[in-house]
Design a protein around this ligand. Structure first.
Ligand code: HEC
Ligand code: HEC
Length: 407
């Protein structure tokens, strides 16, 4: 009798652990918030901006402007699989860093470094851009060298300085993981085995769910005047004035016009000049040209510019105010964009712009960081994990990215 009840307990225990384990890797079958599940079983973005038809509603830089085309239409399972992949360090050669190591949810999906650090422990060439609203972009990287998110992902995965993996090793790792086998089958029911294209597509699906369009600025844009203070409204008006001209390039509602501009930001001391988009397009007019970055969640993603040269927003505004070409090295000839001028803003006006930029923060759709990932490695790297834990212990911070550990 004793033996029997022991055995029963034993089996109950086994089935319990097996159940919790497999349960934690069942992919979600519902869309992330702000997406609607269609009859075809795919997620479509729903935002109030879709009610605006003009790209120039209320003038250039106006508030009720339409969004450019975007990517959506992935299944809930593909989006959720992408979430696990994004946070799993098994994607790197030695299992030490994940995508999220350099694109951390609580740091505006950037990493708070001037230039990111990959598996070699050395700094890479540029600063990590935010991933908020990448669904609306049509070119990727500071120099626009990738045309799709799928193409982009192969950059960090196989770059020796970043994740250092090889396509063969990545594929073998995932195919040999029983949890990933099940999850890929859920996300791609028609496929017979895991393929690299499915990895890139799932990462793209997850990233296109990172939508930030519900900031205080947006509520103001949709007609709720009280959402911004008088000073913030004054800041918006300086921002979009023809004197400052910020909105010509950082065009609402995305706060980028998806173009490349040569503005001549300085490199950090001792760094060589960065040719930027000239290397992509092979035209000299684009020498030193970079993609106009979005300013959404900008207070979260310091340091700023492709080089991470500036730590504070006020320093970025001062750069524009110091006049056309003020930081261009003497031995370089750049064709600066015609909207780069001499705005002669007062200190007060620059301060108002900074206060306005802080209204572009909306992290309400921050995804959950998985508590476990199929590799069994710590999701994201240990240093980041540690920083989150410390934060939870030392502060009562209600940051969603660090709080939600629902799975
Ligand atoms: C070692 C740090 C690091 C890792 C790991 C990393 N990234 Fe990045 N990411 C960067 C940097 C730096 C850039 C900008 C590089 C450039 O423009 O030359 C970037 C650029 C991007 C962009 C382009 C955004 C834009 O606005 O153009 C996307 C998208 C992106 N990364 C997604 C990912 C995904 C997905 C992964 C995992 C497969 C990943 N990153 C892993 C540092 C990293
Ligand atoms: C001619 C187009 C253009 C105009 C006008 C312009 N910007 Fe920019 N902005 C850019 C480009 C391009 C970059 C990236 C440059 C780089 O990395 O070297 C940038 C970068 C920035 C960044 C850093 C973003 C990040 O994620 O690192 C901030 C902040 C910024 N601009 C604010 C402003 C403000 C404020 C104004 C008005 C005073 C302004 N911009 C006017 C094109 C423009």
């Amino acid at each position: 009798m004793k033996v029997l009840s022991f055995l029963l307990l034993f089996f109950a225990g086994v089935s319990l652990t097996a159940e919790t384990k497999s349960e934690s890797f069942v992919l979600k079958d519902n869309c992330p918030p702000s997406f609607e599940l269609t009859k075809q079983g795919i997620c479509r973005l729903v935002t109030q901006y879709q009610f605006y038809t003009s790209v120039q509603g209320r003038g250039l830089g106006g508030t009720r402007t339409a969004l450019p085309p975007h990517r959506d239409g992935f299944t809930p399972e593909q989006i959720d699989l992408g979430r696990y992949l994004f946070f799993d360090p098994v994607l790197s050669k030695d299992g030490t860093i994940s995508c999220a190591s350099c694109h951390q949810p609580d740091k505006g999906f950037s990493d708070a470094r001037d230039r990111s650090i990959g598996i070699t422990g050395k700094k890479v060439a540029r600063s990590a851009p935010t991933l908020w609203n990448v669904a609306f972009l049509d070119k990727f990287f500071w120099d626009a060298r990738a045309a799709t998110l799928e193409q982009q992902a192969q950059g960090p995965l196989f770059d020796a300085m970043e994740m250092g993996n090889t396509p063969e090793q990545l594929l073998a790792t995932l195919r040999n993981n029983p949890d990933y086998q099940v999850m890929f089958a859920q996300a791609y029911p028609k496929a017979s085995d895991i393929e690299l294209g499915m990895v890139y597509r799932a990462l793209a699906a997850f990233q296109t769910s990172l939508i930030s369009l519900n900031s205080r600025y947006d509520r103001y844009a949709h007609g709720y005047h009280q959402a911004l203070s008088q000073r913030e409204i004054a800041g918006l008006n300086v921002f979009r004035s023809f004197v400052a001209r910020c909105a010509e390039c950082h065009q609402p509602p995305l706060f980028t016009n998806n173009q490349i501009a040569v503005i001549g930001t300085p490199e950090p001391e001792g760094r060589p000049f960065d040719m930027g988009a000239e290397n992509t397009y092979h035209v000299s007019q684009l020498k030193g040209g970079f993609k106009v970055p979005t300013l959404r969640n900008i207070v979260k993603s310091a340091p700023y510019m492709h080089s991470g040269r500036y730590n504070k927003l006020i320093d970025t505004v001062k750069f524009y105010n110091d006049g056309r070409g003020n930081a261009v090295p003497e031995d370089q000839e750049l064709l600066l964009h015609w909207h780069i001028a001499e705005p002669n803003l007062t200190d007060e006006e620059m301060q108002l712009i900074v206060e306005f930029l802080a209204t572009l923060t909306d992290e309400s759709l921050t995804p959950q960081i998985p508590k476990h990932v199929p590799s069994g490695l710590a999701p994201i790297d240990q240093a980041y994990q540690q920083s989150i834990n410390n934060k939870q212990i030392t502060t009562n911070d209600n940051n969603k990215a660090t709080e939600q550990h629902g799975d």
